[in-house]
Ligand binder design. Sequence first.
Ligand SMILES: *Cc1c(COP(=O)(O)O)cnc(C)c1O
Ligand code: SF4
Length: 376
Amino acid sequence: MEYWQTLLRESIESKDQLVERFGIKPEVAERLNEFFQTRINPYYLSLIRYPGDPIWLQAVPDELELSDIDAPEDPLNEDAMSPVPSITHRYPDRVLFLVTSQCSMYCRFCTRKRKVGDSSKISMKYIQEGLDYIAAHPEVRDVILSGGDPLTLTDFMLEKILKGLREIPHVEIIRLGTKIPCVLPQRVTPQLCDMIKKYHPIYVNTHFNHPWECTPEAKLACEMLADAGCPVGNQMVLMKGVNDDAMVVKELMQKLLAMRVRPYYIYQADITKGANHFRTPVKTGLEIMDKLRGWTSGLAIPHYVIDAPGGGGKIPLQPNYVISHDENTWVLRNYKYDIYNYPDVVEEQKPEPPKRRKPIRAPRKKKVFAKQKDAI
Ligand SMILES: *Cc1c(COP(=O)(O)O)cnc(C)c1O
Ligand code: SF4
C-alpha cells in the first residue's frame, strides 16, 4: 500500500471520532454523519492551528450544516444536463466527466456534498458510458475529469481513463480537477507524474482556499505536476470566515504563483444544502477583486464567477472601472480610484452599401468545400 493510501486509511470519519476529537455532541455527530460524509486525513488535520480556524471550518463538520436541511438540492441543475450519469454537458465544446465519488477529504462547503462519497454512484459501467458519450460527440474537445476527486483513483484506473480518452481523436485537451495537491499532496508521486506525462496536453486545476494550505508538501506536489508538463491552475471558493478578506486572498494568490500555480477562478459559494453558512454577499467578492487588480501581479488575479442557479453556467463579475462614456470619451478610474479620460476612436458613419442587383445571368457553379462554403 502506498503512503498516501495509508494516510487516507487513518482519516477521521466516524461519529465517535468526531465526538472525541472535536467535542461535537454525540446526537449532532450522528445526524451530521447521516446526511453528509466526513473524512479528514492526518495531513490536512495537521494544518489546523486552533478550533474554528480557516482549516478547521473547511474540514470539521458543524451543527450549522443541519440548519438548512430543506434548502434546494441541485441548484446548478447538473442532473438536467447529464445525458449519462457520469457526464455533465453544459457548454458547447466541453464536458465534466465524473470518474469517482471519492475524495481524500470531504469539504464542508462542497457543492456536491450530498453526492460525494457514495460509491454506488460511479462504477466502471458509468465510466464506460461516459467514454462512449464523448466518443459519440465530436463537438467535445475538452474533457474535465472530476468527481469526487479523480486523483483518489489508483494510477492504474486513472491511466485506463486517460488512455480511453486519448483514443478519441476529437478530444484535444484533458483537465484534471483535483484537490489532492492541497489536501493530500503525498498522492502526487513520481510514478503518477510519469504516467500523466504520456497523455498530454493535460491541464490540472487544483483547489486551494487559504494561505495556510501552501505548505512545503503542497508546493512539492504542484512543482512535480508542473515539471511533468501540466499547467496548474487554482479554483478558490469564497467562504465566510475562511477567505472573505482581500489581504488573505492576496497572500494566497501570491503564494500560489510562487508554487507555480496560476490563479484561475474565484467562485462565489453555491447555494447548497448544508453549506449555506459559508455564503458571502456578492459585494464582498467584488471588493476583493478591486483590492487585487493593480495592487499585485496581474498573474495573481483570477476571474470572479458566479455559477448561476438553474444551470446558466459561470458568469464573470468585476468591479466597475467605467465612470461614464459618450461617443468621444470614456471616463475611467484606475485601481487607486484616480480618474482618467480616454479619447475613443470615432468611426466615420459609413454610407449605406448600394443594394445588390440581381445577377443577369446565373453565376457559373463553382465546386466548394463545406468549410469554404461557411466562410462565404
Ligand atoms: C466549470 C465547468 C466547466 C468548465 O468551465 P471553464 O470555464 O471552461 O473552465 C465545464 N462544464 C461544467 C459543467 C462546469 O461546471
Ligand atoms: S474535494 Fe471537491 S468534490 Fe470532494 S468534497 Fe472537496 S470540494 Fe467536494
